[in-house]
Write a new protein. Structure first.
Length: 136
């Protein structure tokens, strides 16, 4: 194979193209925990913001507000909680990936479990006439 020679003009053109593409992309500028809503908020340089429920993220389910507030930007791509040893990519969170497949499946199923206690409680509630009607 022949030797590849990069000239300065190729490097400069690639750098300029990369800068132009970066300037058109939303870049994370800051991140914070909003205690009132319980969400992690990522603000971008283009004025957009992304919010995700903090305790829906694997590893943060039982975190205190103080621990959640320790969130940091990890470069331009990730979020990091040092004391909790939790890291997530912003792109992953924006795509709804809040943890491992097993964690996500358990979150999705949530109240769908069919334990003996749940079946018994459901039958007892049904014997009372079921769920009360909403009154407006």
């Amino acid at each position: 194979m022949g030797e590849i020679i990069l000239e300065d003009r190729h490097y400069q053109a690639a750098t300029m193209q990369g800068d132009a593409e970066r300037n058109q992309s939303p870049i994370p500028a800051s991140v914070r925990f909003d205690e009132a809503s319980g969400r992690i908020v990522v603000d971008f340089t283009n004025g957009a913001a992304f919010m995700v429920p903090a305790r829906a993220i694997q590893g943060l389910e039982n975190a205190t507000d103080v621990q959640l507030a320790e969130v940091e930007l990890m470069g331009e791509t990730g979020l990091h909680w040092e004391t909790l040893d939790v890291d997530f990519t912003i792109a992953g969170l924006m795509n709804g990936i809040f943890g491992t497949v097993k964690f996500m499946d358990a979150q999705r199923r949530g109240g769908q479990s069919r334990s003996a206690a749940k079946i018994k409680a459901s039958r007892a509630n049904g014997a009372k006439g079921g769920r009360p009607r909403k009154t407006s």
